[in-house]
Write a protein that binds this ligand. Structure first.
Ligand SMILES: Cc1ncc(COP(=O)(O)O)c(C=O)c1O
Length: 381
């Protein structure tokens, strides 16, 4: 437990609870908890399957139909061919895989490369495995891309695993094709396994396109991709995601998991099959909902004097804190006290996150307008 301090998220949760108890309004834009429910056909499948008493046994492993559905989904959606029996392992949400993968690859003291800032479990998973972390700063001047030339050669040679993710949480950056080519060459040269987290490939805006890491030549040799049905299909609470790609890595993770859990609740597996093979129009509906929220919030905040760039992707905005504030944490606390609008300080995502806040697009457009109005009225800017 010495690896983990009190997380800022629990501090924010306490502040939130106190304000709720005082009967004051809270507009929570801090945690990336999606509020868009699954489409009807997915919900119906889940409901029907939960009514069947046969579905209450331990699942133990993935249904072959689920493995086949993932393979078909990857072929149709991403143009990637995989062997459904050896290159897919389901996860209790990608979070669970992010927590466990390093345990299969890393010994105490081994080096793991993680982005800074990053989604916290990218660093916490390797920490649980006893890894020594080397942070790769994501800088605005590099469009928040990892700069491979900045990683010292001896560190690169010593590293066993690296975690990479675009569209990126929290910076909302996307990566161009040349980045993937460089990433794969770097991983090959230094014999590093790549854990590529692709949680937000469907939340890209303004007609941009995003594919899969596995679509690039050599990716399957160096790593795996994690995908999640949480945001794309509104299944966050159902907990299902996938580890896909390199056979050895997939096998190691499923072997570890077979010692930890007894598989995913069968109705959730069936709902996942319906989600990824059924009518995909819900994916666009969700994407457009996030895009509209982004537009309302960015345009509103910019119009009252806080310039907030429109994110190209993800469900997050990553603006600089307004001038005159000493730290992102101080700004978040003051903003919350004066307006009831709760966002996350950038420092919660690593040292390079200082100076920014992360705003999650997890409320409807009308609530976003209320947030802008509350900030305007408070005079905090
Ligand atoms: C980058 C990233 N990866 C993974 C997750 C976790 O997703 P899941 O619900 O599949 O565990 C999140 C959730 O916010 C995320 O932002």
């Amino acid at each position: 437990m010495d690896y983990f301090g009190t997380s800022i998220f629990s501090v924010l949760a306490q502040m939130r609870q106190k304000r709720v108890e005082e009967g004051k309004t809270v507009i929570d834009l801090s945690i990336g908890a999606p509020n868009i429910p699954p489409a009807k056909h997915i919900l119906d499948t889940l409901v029907e399957a939960t009514k069947d008493p046969k579905n209450y046994v331990y699942a133990i492993s993935d249904l072959q139909e689920l493995q086949d559905a993932v393979a078909k989904w990857y072929e149709v959606r991403y143009g990637v061919e995989i062997n459904p029996r050896t290159q897919v392992c389901s996860l209790w949400g990608s979070q669970e895989g992010l927590a466990h993968l390093a345990l299969t690859l890393v010994d105490e003291g081994d080096v793991v490369l993680v982005p800074d800032p990053c989604y916290p479990i990218f660093a916490d998973g390797p920490k649980i495995a006893g890894a020594k972390l080397h942070y790769m700063p994501l800088k605005k001047e590099n469009d928040y891309l990892i700069d491979f030339d900045e990683i010292p050669k001896d560190v690169a040679k010593a590293a066993k695993l690296m975690v990479v993710s675009y569209p990126n949480n929290p910076t909302a950056a996307m990566a161009p094709d040349w980045f993937y080519e460089k990433l794969i060459a770097f991983a090959k040269e230094n014999d590093i396994v790549v854990l590529y987290d692709n949680a937000y490939s469907e939340l890209v805006f303004d007609d941009a396109h995003c594919g899969s890491f596995l679509n690039f030549e050599g990716a399957m040799e160096v790593g795996v991709e994690f995908n999640s049905l949480s945001k794309t299909y509104g299944l966050a609470g159902a907990r299902i995601g996938f580890c896909i790609g390199n056979e050895e890595v997939v096998k190691a993770l499923s072997t570890l998991k077979s010692n930890i859990d007894y598989g995913i609740f069968l109705p959730v597996q069936k709902a996942a099959i319906e989600a990824i093979t059924g009518d995909q129009s819900c994916v666009k509906t969700t994407r457009m909902a996030y895009q509209r929220r982004r537009d309302v919030l960015c345009e509103g905040l910019t119009s009252i004097g806080w310039t907030v760039e429109k994110a190209k992707a993800t469900m997050f905005l990553w603006p600089k804190i307004p001038n005159g504030f000493e730290s992102s944490e101080k700004f978040v606390i003051e903003l919350f006290e004066k307006t009831g609008v709760l966002v996350t300080p950038g420092s919660a995502f690593g040292p390079s996150g200082e100076g920014h806040v992360r705003i999650a697009l997890v409320q409807d457009e009308e609530v976003m307008r209320q947030a802008v109005e509350a900030i305007r009225e408070s005079g905090i800017l």
